[in-house]
Design a protein around this ligand. Sequence first.
Ligand code: ADP
Ligand code: MG
Length: 608
Amino acid sequence: MSDSLPPLKRYRREEDEEKSASEDDENYVPYVPLKERRKNAFTKLLRVSKHQVDEEEVEESSEVVGPQAKVSLLDQHNVLKKKAEAHKESEKDKQLEEEKRILQNISETRALMAVGELAKGVIYEHSIKTGWCPPRCVLKQSSAKCDEIRHKWHILTEGEDSPPPIKTFQEMKFPHHLLAALKKKGITHPTPIQIQGIPAVLLGRDIIGIAFTGSGKTLVFVLPLIMFCMEQERKLPFQSNEGPYGLIICPSRELATQTYEVIKFYTNALSSQSYPLVKTVLMIGGLAVRDQAESVRRGVHIVVATPGRLMDMLNKKIMNLEVCRYLCLDEADRMIDMGFEEDIRTIFSYFKQQRQTLLFSATMPKKIQNFARSALVRPITVNVGRAGAASMDVIQEVEYVKQEAKVVYLLECLQKTHPPVLIFSEKKAEVDDIHEYLLLKGVEAVSIHGGKDQEERQWAVREFKDGRKDVLVATDIASKGLDFENIQHVINYDMPGDIENYVHRIGRTGRCGKTGIATTFINKTCDESVLLDLKHLLMEAKQKIPPVLGNLESQNEDYLELGDERGCSYCGGLGHRITDCPKLEAIQNKQTNTIGRKDYLASSAPDW
Ligand code: ADP
Ligand code: MG
């Protein structure tokens, strides 16, 4: 038994083993590692979802590059390029969105309106009515013809019902004695800003006039105002204590004086030909209040003022704006930039009725245009060239000069051209130093800055204007609006902190069709951001780029021309966007630092 049992047992076992092996063969599931299982599940899922997702998504999920793709390298390159571009586009959209948000955050919540109007919620819907209308031949012009004229003169208008452009002073219906006075100044044909701007102002429209330096903006607001005042005087002569009818505000005493002199020239020419006398008063600091008050007491049509003295006269009730119907802010953006915003608000609050409001400048960033619009009724924006562009009649040269070598190099630089030459520096003390140095070297020089008394300032400007002095050294006080005849050369002893100030400084030369040179000293003390703005401004004006600027690259070079806005919408610089604007950052830091302080500590008066 013991012999037979084992084989039987063995047999059975073998049989069992075979059986179980054959059974296992049928249901055999080999072990699959977890990683593999996950991968399989994933491909299964992909296969299912393949029917649901659209074509584009499939393409993205099945992204295969390299030799296995069975697609030519060129096609693969195109696909990748398309993807990169799409990504970039979405980045650009994000940037635009961000910029919009910033611009909204910094835009003024308080409108630029009189308090009475704000309190009562008065909103004007119609422009001021005037007694002027275009001549029939102009009225007959089709809108296509108007567009053709605008196109020819590079005039861009924005706003409802753009008035027609008018190509001659005769067709603007100015009296022939005024035309004769213009001719005496060598003015026979209107400039582009005058072609479009003067008809708009004569029709009573509010305008924002933007045109490069020296393009004749002054006459756009001066000539219609003189006509309006003569019309008023004819209808109902101004009595004592009446007026003004028109108010012109300028950022500096020198510019106010110059504008006053331009007005006086034309009003005197007209009154000498038996036209009604239009009375004008110059209201600036540094002159006796008594004399200005006396002129106002006798009745006045036009006041040309700087904000400080004007506020003073209004606060003391020496003058009021009850019949004032015409307000012009010359170099408007500069004025707001210089910290006169609050003063301008206060001045607006003295108006008692609707007025025609005009703003002019060569630089007008979007932020200020938006802010100014709250003060305007159905405004027309007249643009000749890009706001903030430099005059094409200025040859711009930029030189790297070490700080310690500047003064000596200045003498060499002065020999580049004949006089008159203007030298700018940001600091009052530096202006004094340069002036002293030039006098020591025998150069016929004068200087002006805000630290000097008015008499000295007036004397210096007069000497320079009349050609008795060859060189004027000045702070930025002389950079806005001043119209010295035939300036040959502007030297920027330093690069201004703002590119807009640079545009205004060099705009003292190359005026009204003449050409001029501007030389700017730069070195490593200059802020890189403003140098980038300078580089792009030079590129725009097709000027030579010095290697030191050529090597500078903006971090966001691709974004500089985004949307319909070039460069920064806050400061107008072409070398950066609003998201990297150093000026905005500085202002915001300053605001944060002054939160909670008393007003008198938060003064933002410029150094000059
Ligand atoms: P802006 O204010 O645009 O910088 P201005 O009004 O000071 O320029 O004018 C610059 C110069 O051009 C002035 O001397 C002015 O007499 C002259 N001017 C103005 N209009 C004309 C014109 N239509 N033709 C010739 N010269 C002009
Ligand atoms: Mg001007």
